[in-house]
Design a protein around this ligand. Structure first.
Ligand SMILES: NC(=O)c1ccc[n+]([C@@H]2O[C@H](COP(=O)([O-])OP(=O)(O)OC[C@H]3O[C@@H](n4cnc5c(N)ncnc54)[C@H](OP(=O)(O)O)[C@@H]3O)[C@@H](O)[C@H]2O)c1
Length: 337
């Protein structure tokens, strides 16, 4: 496994990060009729991830692992499962990322990026994860009701208390990232080391504004949904498989149009010509782009089966040439996201 630096910090993280938004699903349902997480399968995934040198894990206070959107009966489940499974290892092996912002309770301050909410939720995340600190704490998405300085001061304080080691943001517009970095510098507060955004062959919106901002500040880009939530795999070419994400994610199902599936099929044919799989092609494409843009990008892979992880790890051995990259970009540019 190759390791890269967590932005301007001295921390080293693996070339791939494991995500926990969606975890392996069991056919068993809970009291609310929601599929339970297959904890045993996730345990196996974590073992193979660790055996292959992955030390970087992404979660969020709201994640459940088998539900989207997550209701208030199910928030926090992924952090609890992750915390329990990581007890099999030395906590210090891992760089654990979690997030704050989304709704965790029905009352007015049950969500947001106010000092009150952040101070509450970091303690709750530490309890759920059963950890003394998290390595990286991200704002999940902006909160227009809270002044940036209030959020940045609260984040600074939880770093000073040792509950969090580093901070960053997710889904924050490029100009707001610049504003946050400059405010933090002006007030001598801790600044971001990473930003987290969607990035894949079929969703390249960060290239124009965010990648230049990440380069300017030396921020690591954590690229989420690198397989476009499972679209950049052959799995939907012959229908919707049982327990797949499209069985319960409306936003994913909406994108399974005839035109999009034709594009996926073309990309799958390119992968076959190269004797690799489509997920490997999609992940290797991201690793090619980071060289082209001169930034560090770590794909956060979501895996709901051990076999996905084994497949995706092989992407690290794939080197794409420029002609192939241009060819797949041309095909993918017709995808309607
Ligand atoms: N900051 C944010 O707002 C935000 C938003 C989204 C995600 N994230 C983070 O990013 C992580 C990754 O996002 P994502 O899960 O959308 O990533 P993704 O890698 O685009 O999609 C993962 C899904 O693709 C399918 N898959 C993965 N590897 C496969 C393979 N080799 N063959 C066949 N199918 C395969 C699986 O679908 P099935 O489960 O259907 O089999 C899996 O659940 C999340 O877990 C989360 O930690 C953050």
């Amino acid at each position: 496994m190759e390791y890269v630096k967590l932005g301007p910090s001295g921390v080293k993280v693996s070339r791939l990060c494991i995500g926990t938004w969606h975890l392996p699903r069991s056919k068993d349902k809970d009291l609310f009729g929601i599929n339970k997480v297959d904890v045993e399968e996730f345990k196996k995934i974590l073992k193979v991830a660790v055996d292959n040198g992955i030390n970087f894990i992404d979660t969020a206070n709201r994640y459940h692992g088998a539900m989207t959107p997550v209701d208030l009966n199910h928030v926090g489940n992924a952090e609890k499962i992750l915390g329990k499974l990581l007890k099999d290892y030395d906590r210090e092996m891992f760089v654990v990322v979690t997030k704050v912002r989304g709704k965790m309770a029905p009352w007015p301050n049950g969500e947001g990026l106010s000092r009150k909410h952040i101070m509450w939720q970091i303690k709750e995340s530490l309890k759920r994860l059963d950890m003394e600190y998290v390595d990286v704490y991200l704002t999940h998405y902006p909160d227009p009701d809270t002044p940036k300085l209030e959020t940045l001061r609260a984040l600074n304080d939880i770093v000073e208390r040792g509950w969090v080691h580093y901070i960053g943001s997710s889904n924050e517009p490029a100009e707001q990232i610049v504003e946050s970095m400059e405010i933090a510098k002006k007030y001598n507060l801790h600044t971001y080391v990473t930003i987290q955004d969607p990035y894949s062959l079929v969703n390249r919106r960060i290239e124009e504004r965010k990648i230049p901002v990440a380069r300017k500040y030396g921020l690591l880009i954590m690229a989420y949904s690198p397989l476009a939530k499972g679209l950049l795999t052959p799995k939907y070419l012959s229908g919707i498989p049982e327990l797949s994400r499209a069985t319960y994610s409306e936003s994913l199902k909406r994108r399974l149009t005839k035109e999009n599936l034709e594009i996926i099929s073309e990309l799958n044919n390119v992968a076959k010509e190269l004797d690799i799989t489509l997920p490997q092609l999609a992940i290797a494409w991201i690793l090619y782009k980071e060289k082209e843009f001169g930034v560090t990008i770590v794909p956060i892979i979501g895996v709901s089966k051990l076999q996905h992880l084994e497949d995706n790890l092989e992407a690290l051995n794939v080197k794409l040439d420029t002609d192939t990259v241009r060819r797949v970009e041309e095909i993918a540019s017709r995808f309607k996201w």
